[in-house]
Design a protein around this ligand. Sequence first.
Ligand code: NAD
Length: 258
Amino acid sequence: MGIEVNFEGKVALITGASSGLGARFAKVLAMAGAQVVLAARRMDRLKELRAEIEAEGGAAHVVALDVTDYASIKAAVAHAETEAGPIDILVNNAGVSSSQRLIDVTPEDYAYVMDTNQRGAFFVAQEVARRMILRYKGDPRKQHRIINIASLAALRVVPQLGLYCMSKAAVVHMTKSMALEWGQFGINVNAICPGYIGTEINLDYFDSEQGRQLLATLPRRRLGKPEDLDGLLLLLAAEESHLLNGTIVNADDGLGVA
Ligand code: NAD
């Protein structure tokens, strides 16, 4: 006897799929049988990833998406559903970071971080959820999933990252509000709060002396890898996780309790 989590017949939209965690999330869901729609601004990167997934027997589509542009969000979600069919799973992952003291934040810094991490994540989820709700016919077996990628920085304040922390704290509260409002329509909305994971967003930093010093203070003195989130992603996306709604899961290698 065995139990297998299978995503065949499911369509998953992954934002910010052109690198890092988003690219890995897309690969994992494709390996588990889902048709994945890769969405971001860098189409050349998305096409490379699509080729990689197809070479391994998976099914992938690409759509252009700038989450800071409302018209682009609406067009990308419509395009995704035309290409792949109704979206069952959204991985709301696109994000940016910037580092400075709060006292030095400019209106441009503020817009850069908030328009992507907060406003962008909100309107992507809203556009996908509107379509999920329209399709909902009261069938409890019809399940939808939204997985918001927040951060450990949403839950604890990190020096020089106050603006980023604020944007991700909003994602956590957004997740709970969406779970409360949309759960009745068969949509489970949960968030992942990763700790430090080596990707383009922080590679330069962890190559610096300051970054190396920070690593030495972590409970396990190590940087996570994108694939370290595979199990958690599959758990939150799976139909078997019916009762997980409004849950905020730390995936931080123990840093949050230190
Ligand atoms: P990354 O820079 O490799 O990936 C971010 C992705 O978002 C990129 O593909 C980028 O092109 C995309 N993106 C940015 N602005 C966009 C826009 N306007 N429209 C569409 N796509 C856009 O970094 P990552 O580490 O893979 O980050 C993925 C998510 O995980 C982010 O939300 C980030 O805040 C979060 N996160 C990362 C870490 C970490 O340590 N790497 C920790 C906690 C949370």
